[in-house]
Write a protein of this length. Sequence first.
Lengths: 388, 77
Amino acid sequence: MAPNHEIDVKELLEKVDSGAPLLVLDVRNDDEFEKWKIEGRREFKVAHIPYFDFIEDEQAAAQRLPKSQGEVIAVCAKGGSSEMVAEILRGLGVPTRNLVGGMIAYGEYLEPVQVAVREEERAIFEIWQFNRRGKGCLSYAIISGGEAVVIDPSRAIEIYQSFLARAGARLAQVLDTHVHADHISGGPALAAKLGAGYFVSAGAGFDLRQRTSLLKDGDEVRCGKTFLRVVATPGHTPGSVCYLVAERYLLSGDTLFKNSVGRPDLGGHVIAWSQDLFRTLRERIAFLDESILALPAHYADLSEIGAHGVVSATLGELRRDLPELRIAELPSFIEAMTRAVRTPPAEYAGIIDANLGKTGADPDRAVEWELGRNQCAASAGSRDVRRR
Amino acid sequence: MRKLDVRGAKCPIPIVKAKKEVDQMQPGELLEVISTDPGSLPDFKGWAQTSKTAVLKEQRTEKEGAADLYIHILERK
C-alpha cells in the first residue's frame, strides 16, 4: 500500500484536535467499539460499520457511510481490517486513509508537551509531560544540565529513548510514583536499556521483585542542576510517593488528579488505604504551598487538558475544586471512598504482578491488558464505568 | 464437513476466506474454521448476524499445547 493511503496516530490527532473536516470510520465489532474509541479535543464525525459487513456486501456497507466533507479515516484494532475497508472505499471513489497500527497504536502513542516553568527556572530545567492520549496516562521527563530523570514511563520506551537522544540528555534515574495497576511500567526496561537506576516503592504487603534504588521519604534525586524530593503519600497504594521538582512542581502520581484523588480500593482494603490517603492529604499535601503545580499521572477526560496542552492544576485550585480535599473528618472520608468502590478491571491483577516483577510482561498480553482508558480515579467512577 | 485452517491469520483474513468457502458450498453443508485469533469469536458472531449465506452453528475454544484454538462451525443457508 502506498504511504499516502496511510495516516499515523500523530497526524490523525492533530487533524481531529484542529477541527479539520474528517470522518473516522471504525470497523471493529460492536463490543470493541462500545468499550473504547478514538477521542479528540474537538467533536468530529464518527461512523461505525464493522469490517465483516464490507466482506459480506461492500456496496451495501459503503452506502451506510454518512455523507461527509473531507476524507475518511478507517480504524480497526490492529490496522489490518481497516486497510481492507480503506481499499474497498477508494475503489468506490471515496477518499480514505488507513490508521496505521489501529487502536493498538492509538493506545501506545505518546504526545510530548512542554510544561511552562517560571522565567528564572527556564535556564535551569525543562519539564516535559508525555500524554498517552489513548489511555489518559501521563509520564514525565525532567531535563537539566545534560541529565534527565523520567517518571512513570509507559511500555513504549523507544519514544523516551529517542526523545532523550534528541535532547542530548543522559538518563540518570527512572522513577515510578507507585506500582501501577492500569498499565505496564516501562521503568525497569528503560532503566536497564540506558544503564540508569530505577525506583519504585510497593509498600507493606507487596512482594516486590524489581531491583530498585533505595530511596525514602525526604530523599533528593539529583537531575543536573536541579533535584526531585521524594514525598511519601500512601493511600492509592501503601507505597505511593510524589516527587517534588525544585520545590515547585509536584509529580503527584495517582495521589492527586485534576478532577479527583486516586482510588484507595484497588487492593481490596478500602478502609485501611482510605485512612492512609486521608492522612496523606491532611498531613502531607495540606502543608505544601498553594502555588505548587500538581502534574498527575492520569486524567479521566480530555477536557482536563489545558489550553497549552498540559494537564495540571495548582494545589490552590485543587483545594478549591476537589470535594475530597475538603472533607475534614476521617469517617466521612472513608464513607465517601467506600461509596466510590467499584470492581477493578480484571486485567489489573496481572498488570500489578508484572509491575512487581513477579511475572514477565509478555508483549502480546500486555497489549490486551492495556486496551481502554485508565480507571484509577476515585470520584470519576460513574463516568469511567459508563465508558467501558 | 469441510475444514478451513486459518491458524496464524489475523483479521480480516479468517472471515474473507470463510465467506469465499461458504459461498461455494451447498445449502445445509457445514464448514469448520480453525483460527488462532481470539478476536474471531465476536467477529464471526457479528458477521453471521448479517450474512446472507452463513449461519453460525457453534463456537468453541480448544487447547493445542500452550495455544488456544478458536473453532467456528458454519452452515450454508
